[in-house]
Design a protein around this ligand. Sequence first.
Ligand SMILES: [Fe+2]
Length: 480
Amino acid sequence: MRSRRNLFSALVAAILLLVATVQPGHAEYGDVLARYVIVAHDPIADKTTTLARAIMEGTDVACPAFHQLDSDGVALGALNSTTRINPDEEAFPVTVCEAVIPAGARASVDGLPLPTLIAEPEHLVIIGDSGCFGGDAQDCQKAWPFPGIASHAAERKPDLVIHVGDWNYRGTPSTKVDGEATYNSCLPRPGRPWVNTTSGDTWQTWWQDVFQPAATLMISAPWVVLRGNHELCSRAGRGWFYLLDPHSVLLDPYRALPVCNALTVRTEAYALDIGHIRLVVMDSANACDDADFEDVASLAYQARYYARQFDHVAALARGSAKPVWLLVHHPVWSATHYTSEPGIVSLNATLQRALKQSLASSLPPSVSLVLSGHVHEFQAITFDHDRPPQLIVGNSGVALDSNLLDNPYSVEVDGEPATGLALSARTGADSFGYLDVTLAANGVMTGKLHGFQPDGRATGRVVAVCSLPVGWNGLCRLGP
Ligand SMILES: [Fe+2]
């Protein structure tokens, strides 16, 4: 009897071990490797919609069935679905399938439920810069908090998740190849070849940095997704356009999907109506940070392009009766004093110049917030006049900067006095986190920054508290 029990125990242990060690790309893992919902703009109906996606193992597989469900969860009928264009079957041995979910409807894929975009989302989770460098720069086992942050956020059952960009660090750890600079938003000097680091842009790195740690959060709520400079076509752009980009032939069959077919591939700004607020999403992946960039003509060229994007942003914002949040990966304004720099670094040079050159010359009054990532810190900045507050949530995973500025700080940013808060590695051991936001019916926002240790453990401390409209003590203040 004892030997039978031992045999049974050994069998169970073997099965558990097998389950624990299965890697993506192996048949044992199952057919649907990930399922998620992306919030998108329908350019024909000019309305906000959602795209259901499923990532399937293998490159020659049929899509699973997408169904609309009734209120009891019973399948009503199959949704039209298609496959996205695989950029490189060797690097991405998976098939991405998608379907449009009718407004407000519940849906499933392969019999598994998908999150629904509700009419008035009140509980938002904001995360950014979530990946892990790896190598000597960051220990992805012991010093990468994103898995813990994503699990904690999922337990809060949000209505919507916003990711402000820079997803895949593991596949894009460096901006150099054999001493040559990778294209990383700043155009190379004329005659100088640009190099790329696309060899790390694979399903494996996307799985490790995004889809594995965020699996539960991805089935908790629809996601608004921004593209960062780690998702440039010289870096992890192929994966971005395959896995996360919110364009689809199902929404616009008259235009080709954006793909990495050139050094700079840019997409147009679009608006999302999310209950009490409007989100205007701007693709800033190619906006060079450096004001003293060596090629003046290239910086001017980029600034002219983004000036037109700001014109478009202004038009989308002016058409809204609701408060507008501008979502743009690179902060239009930030302030960081690095130990390696003599003065304050204020990003982003291209966007600051472009905004001055745009027809609007400033953001419309309806823009109540600029929300960004990119800087590996949490920052909240307010100006005395003429500019909306700037929030930066760049502290959800990648190793943090060390900002020498005091809290709160008062400095000049882009020619204007600014007051801000900056939480970085220097501030404390729990400066990682995500912003947990509550939206009221009038667009009033309150947010709590939950603190996390580098190993992903929640400290239970609210590190900062934020509110919109901006109160007497700024956009955010240090928490209790
Ligand atoms: Fe970035």
